[in-house]
Design a protein around this ligand. Structure first.
Ligand SMILES: *[C@@H]1O[C@H](CO)[C@@H](O)[C@H](O)[C@H]1NC(C)=O
Ligand SMILES: *[C@@H]1O[C@H](CO)[C@@H](O)[C@H](O)[C@H]1NC(C)=O
Ligand SMILES: *[C@@H]1O[C@H](CO)[C@@H](O)[C@H](O)[C@H]1NC(C)=O
Ligand SMILES: *[C@@H]1O[C@H](CO)[C@@H](O)[C@H](O)[C@H]1NC(C)=O
Ligand SMILES: *[C@@H]1O[C@H](CO)[C@@H](O)[C@H](O)[C@H]1NC(C)=O
Ligand SMILES: *[C@@H]1O[C@H](CO)[C@@H](O)[C@H](O)[C@H]1NC(C)=O
Ligand SMILES: *[C@@H]1O[C@H](CO)[C@@H](O)[C@H](O)[C@H]1NC(C)=O
Length: 708
């Protein structure tokens, strides 16, 4: 048994023993005529919470506190944290004649140990069933409440944040240790600058941030949405106050949010059947949540083989330390910004937004407007939507370093300013000599061309940015014109074909602004869905965003043509690696592990963590694509759904998917007529020189067999 556990058991036993011998005042109110002593309790009307004097395990000092009746070790509020009563003293809790709630030391001339110091005289103190101790006047007006003075715990309805008019702060500080409730090293406070977020501090140093509130949850806490059926969240940001409150839903068990002695926030829910607290969430969750783990302009990846990386366009600022896995120095820009029109924006997808302390926030602006503002202000380094609802609205602009960025499930898009040359960076293995020769030959031609090019680019750029930002925010998902896609793929030219599957042909395309896309032309006549269902489905798929899913950028519907536009994956699909003996050798074991983890995370998201859980129904190596950094991304999810008339709640008995293709076989002669099961059976041994390919379309139509 762990020491803290045994300590808690002891405490529990001690407090239960205490409770058996004590009497409780059950109506939950204290007036100037009543007082409670050491062996009395004030119980809330429903008996959920109790207030009284208690002592903690080996600590022989006494404290006035409130705890859950069913779990006396769950102390949710404390009065005299800094000034405990001695074991020999006998404490009395009363309403003083001044109308304050006081804790007196009866053995020492009724010395006041603690006072509520309320500014108006209260006539009654009442403990409510939500755990709030309220002092009220004769008219019932609240003069003081324990919810305004949290210790290390927030309960349903108690606020974390700040009253901007009075400056009052609703923050928590941890216990020093399990048996010492005096304020410890950790504090949990709202940072009200920039886009407000909650921080954990240790002795004046920032340790953890939740990420700014994005309309649904804190940017760095994707798991908040997984217990929305138990509690609901409310975030308030007005001129009067910034606060975060949660409420237990009707009928849900009691929950609490605790800053524990090791500096972690824990959300615990009382399991009424098993009589234990279940931890639903805790933060920091991993090494990436440690504030500034990867330094400025670094980005942290908790599942990667290497935790810290630099954002594209940045390089480690001290490579020697970086190699020794000390990333706290962060990264520096590899190319100086041009500022006047020479910069672009790189989209870093799926992240917890960087610290917003020094950023400017305008909740009223659109994302497109935000992009225009940021690109026209040279000191703006990045921008993002402040609210993710409705496809992203509002504007956060960063002006300096981007600190504490990490990848998270269901993360946001962050648009980072880069020099144009970094934006279109391509690594080629051309030798220096060839480059020099080529440069000399083309220098003259370039000189002539450059003047015209500058003018041409100026014009193009102006129109480009407008198109890009408008596409991003119009409607639920962007729709493209058929003309745009025809231009991008040179009229769906076969030379641009990069893949062919049961559902259609995929072309590589390049948009006017240089963005590379994969354009999937769905085979006509295959779809049984109506236009409206199709649009709904595309909208749903477009909303599934995860680092390990290929992003659907939009669609195009033109007469009977239905086209999906995806982000382009420069390293193609996984099967082009693992079924190719030469390229297979390029895959290190580390990369393979990363790919496996990536696929698993993508699937977990599809199956469980996304808002619209779905099964892929056709997962195979060809549907695992690899981006420039060899990050695995699952593609073609939801496609099966686009082609089926089956609703969500119905059962399908039809087999969907792709028959697996045996790669290699012994020297078998395969004929068009050979049944594939027969053929497969004789194809057990593999040799490198003999290879059979067998293809079939879904539904068992044609069998094409070839040997090589
Ligand atoms: C209480 O004190 C005793 C003796 O000092 C010690 O052995 C025991 O571990 C302590 N218990 C806790 C929970 O700290
Ligand atoms: C507790 O006892 C110590 C020493 O006996 C004394 O200094 C301290 O003032 C006492 N505290 C209270 C609250 O009575
Ligand atoms: C201390 O306060 C209690 C409760 O208000 C009262 O009953 C008692 O008489 C007081 N004792 C002294 C010595 O003032
Ligand atoms: C109440 O006021 C007294 C005297 O100003 C001060 O010492 C004490 O800390 C205050 N108590 C609280 C709980 O603020
Ligand atoms: C605090 O919470 C974290 C996260 O749940 C946990 O790992 C740690 O053991 C807790 N510390 C204590 C002292 O309970
Ligand atoms: C890590 O590097 C920073 C500077 O980049 C340096 O200040 C710090 O001392 C280093 N930390 C360790 C543990 O070496
Ligand atoms: C750029 O933004 C900063 C910070 O908001 C502001 O101080 C500055 O005036 C802006 N510059 C321009 C040219 O708008």
């Amino acid at each position: 048994m762990r020491p803290s556990q045994s300590r808690h058991r002891l405490l529990l036993a001690f407090l239960s023993a205490l409770l058996l011998t004590s009497s409780a005042i059950a109506d939950g109110t204290l007036t100037q005529r009543t007082a409670i002593g050491r062996d009395q309790r004030l119980a809330s009307p429903g008996g959920v919470f109790q207030l009284g004097l208690f002592s903690v395990a080996n600590n022989t000092k006494w404290f006035l506190g409130i705890w859950l009746t069913a779990s006396p070790s769950a102390v949710v509020w404390l009065a005299n944290r800094d000034r405990p009563l001695n074991a020999s003293s006998s404490g009395v809790v009363a309403l003083s004649s001044r109308g304050d709630l006081v804790l007196l030391d009866a053995t020492n001339d009724n010395e006041t140990i603690w006072s509520s110091n309320s500014s108006w005289a209260a006539v009654v103190a009442r403990l409510h069933d939500d755990g709030n101790l309220v002092l009220a006047d004769a008219a019932g007006v609240v003069l003081w409440q324990s919810f305004d003075h949290p210790t290390n715990t927030f309960l349903s309805g108690s606020r974390a944040g700040q009253d901007l008019r009075t400056g009052a702060v609703w923050s928590a500080s941890s216990w020093r240790s399990a048996d010492d409730p005096s304020p410890g090293d950790f504090r949990y406070v709202m940072d009200t600058r920039g886009s407000p977020e909650l921080h954990v501090w240790r002795n004046g140093r920032k340790r953890y941030r939740t990420g700014p509130w994005n309309g649904l949850r804190f940017s760095g806490c994707p798991d908040m949405t997984t217990f929305e059926d138990l509690v609901e969240f409310r975030f308030t940001h007005t001129a009067d106050e910034v606060s975060f409150v949660y409420r237990d839903r009707v009928g849900s068990p009691v929950s609490r949010l605790v800053l524990n002695e090791s500096g972690a926030m824990q959300r615990m829910v009382w399991d009424r059947a098993a009589l234990v607290w279940r931890v639903f969430w805790s933060g920091p969750r991993d090494q990436c949540d440690v504030y500034g783990a990867c330094g400025p302009f670094g980005v942290c990846n908790a599942v990667g083989a290497v935790m810290c990386g630099c954002i594209r366009g940045f390089i480690p600022s001290s490579p020697a330390e970086w190699r020794m896995r000390n990333a706290s120095g962060g990264c520096a820009r590899s190319t100086v910004l041009q500022c006047s029109g020479g910069d672009g924006f790189y989209t870093l997808r799926g992240v917890k937004l960087p610290e917003t302390h020094g950023s400017s926030v305008d909740a009223g602006a659109s994302l497109a407007e935000c992009g225009r503002r940021c690109s026209s202000n040279c000191s703006c380094t990045a921008f993002a939507a402040s609210d993710v609802r409705g496809g992203g609205t509002g504007c956060i602009q960063w002006f300096g370093e981007l600190m504490d960025t990490r990848f998270v499930d269901d993360g946001q898009d962050l648009f980072i300013r880069l020099a144009m040359s970094d934006l279109h960076l391509e690594t080629t293995k051309t030798s220096k000599l060839v480059v020099i020769i080529a440069a000399v030959i083309t220098a003259f031609a370039l000189l002539l061309l450059s003047l015209g090019l500058v003018i041409w680019r100026k014009i193009r750029q102006r129109s480009k940015q407008v198109i890009k930002f408008d596409d991003m925010v119009r409607g639920e998902y962007p729709t493209y014109h058929l003309e745009t896609l025809r231009d991008a793929t040179d009229g769906f030219c076969p030379k641009n074909e990069i893949g062919r599957g049961g559902f259609g042909i995929v072309y590589k395309g390049q948009m006017v602004d240089g963005q590379e896309v994969a354009v999937k032309k769905l085979s006509a006549g295959n779809s049984v869905q109506g236009l409206k269902e199709f649009k709904n489905e595309v909208d749903l798929i477009a909303k599934l965003q995860h680092r390990n899913l290929v992003r659907l950028l939009g669609c195009c519907i033109h007469c009977s043509e239905r086209i999906l536009v995806y982000e382009y994956m420069s390293n193609k699909s996984l099967d082009t690696f693992i079924f190719d003996p030469r390229r297979r050798a390029d895959l290190s074991w580390r990369t393979r592990m990363d790919i496996i983890f990536g696929v698993a995370r993508g699937l977990l998201y599809l199956h469980q963590d996304s808002r619209h859980t779905m099964i892929h129904r056709d997962l195979k190596a060809a549907n695992v694509l690899l981006d420039r950094e060899m990050v695995a991304k699952i593609s073609d999810f939801g496609i099966a759904k686009l082609f089926s008339s089956i609703g969500d709640d119905q059962v399908t008995e039809r087999i969907v998917g792709t028959y697996m293709t045996p790669m290699c076989g012994a020297a078998v002669t395969c004929h068009q007529s050979t049944p594939w099961t027969e053929w497969f059976r004789s194809c057990k041994t593999c040799t490198a020189s003999v290879c059979c390919c067998w293809r079939s379309s879904v539904g068992g139509g044609t069998n094409e067999v070839s040997t090589s």
